[in-house]
Design a protein around this ligand. Structure first.
Ligand code: ADP
Ligand code: MG
Length: 594
């Protein structure tokens, strides 16, 4: 599912940060606030030990300054640090959240226009996880880690400068700390990056199990599959637990290791300083300032060591979103666009393979359909009827061959203009969680009058009138409060509303009972007039009215012609016809169920 992530070589830190920059690099004004506030905050750091030195050396005994200066200076210093800290934090929060907003908007845009393979490669939960969750936590971790990096980095630099000015020889000992800390950080953060990537995959798998179990909750209970599903969930959950432990171990090891290095440096400096003081060199104030500066150095150094963790995790999370934006291609589109096509279709040696090594689902299909012609497609299940229909609006792309609409290859059509030419009622009806009216008018301007007409024509107005808010009633998640037949009639109303020149009905009446089927049949008849219509059907009543019947089997067209002629031919069609086209499907062998 996430194969591309695992295969990609690890890019350098700078390369990775520069990919994130377009989202978090602006507005510059906020970054200026962050930088100034951080510089002011960071440089006040060495002032505290300096104040202590002044107090010790000159504050006791003979006062050389008035007493009120002391509390005023201390309070003033901390007020300055507080204000700058607050400003930096607020500015960064703004930067982080507008970055998240930009990223999310772009990711959702990408989902809308991505090549459709994306949806067979990544599950709904994986995509939701990336867009909703990963980006949020990742960006926040990243931006706050950057705050810490700059703030603590500056503290370290200013404290070091002050230490060098005080006693450069002793400071050199402190500097031995840095390469050692860097080495520890580098090793551990490389490990963390790998663990984080693995955790993302494991989280996706876990979310996927939940998604699947929610979707199939009835089936799972009916078959008593809870135990095996729980075991499956526990497997993934346990994997995630182990990864979390490894990740914790890597980041927890960082703190004591850096602290040990710090302790070594502090004890060396103190020992040397005390040893020097035996010769009477230096005074108490200077020593206090030096040791205090050094001790104050420890906290930011430790923070800097810890910062690798959120930066690594945050970057990995944000990168997942960037991957969606950069690596998923948008659907290719041509430029041919017309308001309304005539509806002439031509299949030119179409072969379709779902996988490179799979048996072709469609094998060298050649077919011409004239404008306004009604063509019915029949054949056993798995014959390739649905695949053939899905090729038309380019939901799937042919492996070989071309499809022409009005003499223009579908790949040369502007993708949206092409799709505007088709209305489709398929086997699986999908409704959005919105009002009945919004579902019928989907993607078009809502004209209540026309919605009512379409509902009427689809023989649904009676049912809609009985709903509490009529056509403004919310249909709920995929309209589950509607029956199968009602959902299908809703889809027919939607197709009527779209009023496209080509109509595709893929078992559109399969969920209807005989009574509503008769009523919908009239509506469909009206809908079909003047339109090119492709019907995949198993009802003799639908098929008989077709101008031509195309019989498919094993991805090929085996017979075609008008009903009476095909019955006379005594081939597959007449056999399917004798068996009633699956109208009493329970009595049929599966290979002839249409
Ligand atoms: N998304 C898919 N991925 C892989 N194989 C598929 C997919 N959809 C359909 N197929 C395969 O293509 C063949 C034709 O399927 P389909 O077009 O749905 O047949 P029909 O609609 O005639 O029942 C079947 O063998 C089916 O297994
Ligand atoms: Mg089908």
């Amino acid at each position: 599912m996430t194969a591309t992530q695992n295969r990609a070589p690890t890019p350098s830190f700078v390369q990775r940060m520069s990919r994130v920059k377009p989202y978090f690099g602006r507005p510059y004004g906020l970054w200026v606030v962050v930088v100034i506030a951080t510089i002011v905050g960071g440089t006040t750091e060495p002032l505290i030990p300096y104040l202590m030195k002044l107090l010790v050396n000159r504050g006791f005994g003979q006062h050389s300054f008035p007493l009120w200066v002391v509390p005023c200076t201390v309070i003033g210093l901390f007020a300055l640090r507080g204000v700058t800290g607050f400003m930096a934090q607020m500015a960064l929060t703004r930067i982080a959240n507008s970055g998240i907003f930009k990223l999310r908007t772009e990711m959702f845009q990408k989902l809308q226009n991505a090549q459709m393979q994306l949806f067979s490669q990544q599950s709904a939960s994986t995509l939701a996880n990336t867009v909703v969750y990963e980006v949020q936590t990742g960006s926040n971790q990243l931006v706050y880690a950057l705050l810490s990096l700059s703030k603590d980095g500056l503290s370290v630099v200013s404290l070091l400068v002050s230490l060098l000015l005080q006693n450069w020889k002793l400071t050199l000992i402190v500097l031995f700390l840095f390469p050692a800390v860097a080495l520890v950080m580098k090793t551990l953060s490389a490990r963390l990056y790998r663990i984080t990537k693995a955790s993302q995959t494991a989280t996706d798998e876990l979310a996927y199990v939940v998604e699947e179990n929610v979707l199939a909750h009835r089936t799972i209970r009916l078959h008593g599959a809870q135990t095996s599903q729980s075991a499956r969930f526990r497997g993934f959950s346990d994997g995630l637990r182990r990864l979390a432990m490894k990740s914790s171990a890597a980041s927890a090891a960082m703190t004591p290791l850096t602290q040990m290095l710090g302790a070594v440096a502090v004890s060396a400096v103190v020992t040397i300083a005390l040893w020097q003081s035996q010769d009477g060199a230096g005074n108490v104030g200077d020593f206090l300032q030096f040791v205090m500066s050094m001790l104050m150095l420890l906290a930011p150094v430790k923070h800097l060591a810890d910062v690798a963790n959120p930066i690594t995790r945050g970057l990995a999370a944000v990168e997942r979103g960037l991957q969606l934006i950069d690596e998923i291609h948008t659907e290719p589109s041509g430029s041919h666009a017309v308001e309304r096509a005539r509806g002439e279709l031509q299949f030119d040696a179409i072969t379709l393979r779902y996988a490179d090594d799979a048996v072709p689902a469609l094998d060298q299909i050649n077919l011409h359909i004239a404008p306004g012609e009604i063509v019915a497609f029949v054949g056993p299940s798995g014959a390739g009827k649905t695949s053939l229909m899905n090729l038309l609006p380019r939901f799937i792309l042919p492996t070989e061959g071309h499809i022409l609409l009005d003499g223009v290859r579908t790949e040369d059509w502007d993708i949206q203009s092409l799709r505007n030419q088709f209305a489709m009622v398929s086997q699986d009806v999908v409704m959005l969680n919105d009002s009945v009216a919004a579902n019928v008018a989907l993607g078009r301007e809502l004209d209540r009058e026309r919605v009512a007409q379409c509902l009427e024509a689809a023989n649904l107005s009676q049912h809609i009138a009985s709903l509490p808010q009529g056509m403004d009633t919310l249909v709920g998640h995929n309209a589950t409060q509607f029956s199968g037949g009602q959902r299908q009639r809703l889809a027919i109303a939607r197709a009527l509303y779209k009023d496209a020149p080509i109509l595709i009905l893929d078992e559109a009446t399969s969920a209807l009972d005989n009574e509503s089927e008769r009523l919908v049949q009239e509506a469909l008849q009206r809908l079909m007039t003047g339109r090119t219509t492709l019907i995949v059907a198993h009802r003799i009543s639908t098929i008989e009215h077709a101008d031509r019947i195309v019989v498919m089997s094993g991805g090929q067209i085996v017979e075609q012609g008008p009903h009476a002629e095909l019955v006379r031919q005594q081939g597959l069609y007449s056999r399917l016809h004798r068996l009633g086209f699956g109208e009493h499907a329970s009595g049929l062998a599966p290979q002839v169920a249409v």
